[in-house]
Every structure is written in C-alpha cells, then in structure tokens.
Design a protein around this ligand. Structure first.
Ligand code: MN
Length: 431
C-alpha cells in the first residue's frame, strides 16, 4: 500500500508514527516447509528466527499495516537524519535529545504526507507481514513502579486483610518502586517459559520447589528514557519531556507463589525477573499531546520535588485492553494512575541517581475502580478465589499455552485514535 493510502481513521496513520526496529524476512529456501519454520521459531524462544536475525536490522516507522525503512527513506530523500535512523537500534535517536526528536518527527510527517515523496518512498515501505520486529532499543536499567491506587488497595486487601489501611503508610507520599532485571526484557511475540522456584503457603510446614502454579500478568505502560542525566543531579518534574522519549505497553509477568514467599523484606526478585515483555513499537510522547490529562486529585500534600499542582497535566489517557487467548478480560484505564511518569522520574533521580539512554520504567499494574478494569489475574480472580470463565476454559492463573495480548489506544488530534503497539506473549511449559 502506498504511503498515502492509509485508511481514514487508522490508529497507525500519519498522526502516530511509532518507532521500531525490523529486519526483512527471507523467502523460504527450496525444500523448506512452513511447518519446519514454525518449529524453528518456537524452539528458539526468542521470537526471532535465526536466519532472519542475520538480515540487517534497522529503524522502522509504522504507517498503517506497513513499516517504512526510515534510514533508507532518509538517504533516498537526501535527509541528514539518515545518520540517526539507519541503525540497528533506536539508541542513537534516543540519545540525540528532544530537539532532534521533534525535528525527525517533523521530517517523517512531511515524508509520508507530501505526495511528491510518494515515488521515492514506495520501495522502502514493507508490509508488516514481510518483516520481523525486534527489541527496539538496548534496555539499560529497568525499574518498576506501583502507581495505581486501585491496584495497591486491591493487593493490600488480598495480602494484608487485617491491616487498618489497605495502603502502606508511605504510598501517598512517594511512588513506590523496585529495580528489576533489564536483561530479560523481551519484545512482543517472545514466548515465556513458566518459571520454577520456591513457594510456601502459610499452611505448609516447609517450602517446596517446582513450576509456578500462580503465573500472572501485570498490564502496564513502560516509559523509555532517551537523554541521560548526570550522576548527582536530580531531574525535576519540569524537564520530564527533555529526558523521556516515548512509551510502550509492558507486561510484567509475575509468579505470585514465588513472589509471596520471597518478597519480605527486600521486595520482588525471582517472581518477576524471568521475563518482562514490551511492545515492538515505541510511541513518541509528541504523538500523545491530545491524550494528556490531569491525574486524580491528590489527597495528601506532596513534598516540593513531587508537587505537580502548578505543572501542565502529567497523566495520559490510554485505554488498555487485556485479552487471554483472544478473549478480552479487562480494560484498565491509564488515566486513573495516581502517580505520573514525570513524578516517577523525579523520584527515581532525587537521590542523585543518573539516567542512561535506554532506561525503562514501568508504571505499575494499571487497575481502574471497577472489577472489569483490573490489570492482573491476582485481582480479577481475587488471588484464585474466583474463576474467569473463558471460551478456552476456566482460569484462575495462566495455563501452559495461554496467550496474553495487551492493546491500547489514546485520543489523537481531531478525534483520531493513536494506536499503541500490542504486547503479546504465550506461556510454554517449564523447561
Ligand atoms: Mn509490575
């Protein structure tokens, strides 16, 4: 499809232009059968086929159901941005900073909307079905937060039913977070092996070891840091958009039984570190201007470094959908998050910790106020007390073979929708 034939109202139209990294699929070699290729893919457990990985990876921009080879397009049009875009990762663009991000986006918008460029660009536009999408950036540090008040209250009621307040005393004063494992952040489509570990129910006399029996999801939004910061210098709320390039959907896979036994007193560890999935497309914050909303009203006074009452709206109106085996089980609204991404960035640098290009931080599970807006099975089944009745069978937690898909959209300019790249993952049996 030529660049200007994207259907009216397509959530990946020229108003969106998310960035990813792709390689062209090789045509099947003589004698190679489809079944063998599928087997090769599932056996590798990385979502990326070996033969295709050997093809050159480069930055792509999604337009409808096509991907534009951004570096090749820049070269063909004689643009100076080929230097940033003809790369196997988004990192050079991420580190280039906010002015460069705006300039490149303005150029891309012109390329895909000005009819005179059509003939030049067409050879560099590939159907999504003919490419493999890769992890779009090198993940530096990974942090995960806990910013939904509904989620935190639900978890508090489930795990601390006798507590006077379902929130911990610090919750309304700082965005709670922990450092996760960046090396196991994987791109959408990568299969997730059921983790094994220790678990011990309160009624058990001793811990046992084995595959997790309470494997869960957490529907989250991930924020991608572009411009770094100096160690010793906190990043204030006001410079959030100078540092954060964009966002993606994120599934923080969680083994609840491993987590429950290990987490006191130092927090999540092996119950989370086995895999975190992110979408293949990073949506630039510049595409989400119309989605900005004020966060919920604050019920407690905030210390000055977190006080955003005089700032521009820090929330984002993202409508998330969670599906298991194609059946929608929840629709968490990101606009209900108590802590904003800017507050999270300010908090995680207030002690002088520096930012690196490629740092990723998760919002925390997104849960709205109603039962159909909960972003984890822990909450949807109230820790296994209730069952979800799916067309593929009853569920409390995930079974082997289950495929979880997160999708989302945000309000765009002129009544359009800005689509976020999906994040998908299927559970395979313990190795
Ligand atoms: Mn999480």
């Amino acid at each position: 499809m030529p660049p200007f034939d994207v259907p009216e109202g397509d959530p990946f139209g020229p108003h969106n232009l998310p960035y990813g990294v792709f390689s062209l699929n090789l045509p099947p070699t003589p004698g190679e059968r489809t079944g063998e290729r599928t087997g090769e893919r599932t056996g590798e457990r990385t979502g990326e086929r070996t033969r295709e990985s050997s093809r050159q990876r480069t930055v792509g921009v999604r337009l409808g159901d096509h991907v534009l080879d951004a570096g090749a397009a820049a070269r063909a049009l004689g643009s100076p941005y080929a230097e940033l875009l003809a790369r196997p990762t988004l990192n050079p663009l991420l580190s280039a900073g906010r002015t460069a991000w705006s300039d490149v986006r303005r150029a891309l918008t012109a390329w895909v909307t000005v009819p005179a460029h059509r003939e030049t660009l067409e050879p560099h536009l590939h159907p999504l079905s003919e490419v493999t999408l890769h992890l779009p950036f090198e993940v530096a540090d990974y942090v995960d937060f806990y910013a939904s008040e509904n989620h935190a209250r639900n978890v508090g009621q489930i795990f601390r039913p006798d507590a006077a307040d379902s929130l911990t005393p610090n919750w309304k004063h700082l965005p709670i977070g922990y450092h996760g494992r960046s090396g196991t952040v994987v791109v959408s489509g990568t299969e997730v092996v059921r983790p094994s570990g220790q678990r011990k129910a309160p009624t058990d006399t001793a811990p046992v070891f084995g595959p997790s029996v309470r494997l869960d999801i957490e529907a989250e939004v991930g924020f991608v840091v572009g411009a770094p910061s100096a160690m010793g210098t906190p990043v204030p709320l006001s410079t959030f958009r100078d540092h954060v390039f964009g966002l993606c959907l994120l599934n923080d896979w969680s083994a609840r039984d491993i987590q429950a036994w290990e987490y006191v007193p130092l927090g999540p560890f092996l119950g989370k570190s086995f895999a975190t999935s992110v979408s293949a497309w990073i949506t630039p914050l510049d595409a989400l201007t119309d989605a900005r909303v004020a966060p919920p009203s604050r019920t407690h006074p905030l210390l000055p470094y977190l006080d955003d009452s005089d700032d521009e709206p820090g929330g984002y109106d993202l409508r998330i959908s969670v599906a298991i085996n194609g059946h929608v089980v929840s629709e968490p609204p990101f606009s209900t998050m108590y802590w904003t991404a800017a507050q999270q960035l300010a908090h995680m640098t207030v002690n002088g910790a520096s930012l690196r290009t490629g740092d990723l931080y998760g919002s925390g599970t997104v849960s709205g106020p109603t039962e159909s807006e909960r972003g984890s099975l822990l909450e949807l089944t109230w820790n296994g007390r209730d069952t979800l009745d799916l067309p593929t069978g009853k569920r409390t937690f995930l079974e082997d073979g289950d495929e979880v898909t997160l999708t989302a959209w945000a309000p765009g300019p002129g009544g359009t929708r800005v689509g976020l790249g999906e994040v998908k993952g299927r559970i395979t049996p313990t190795a």
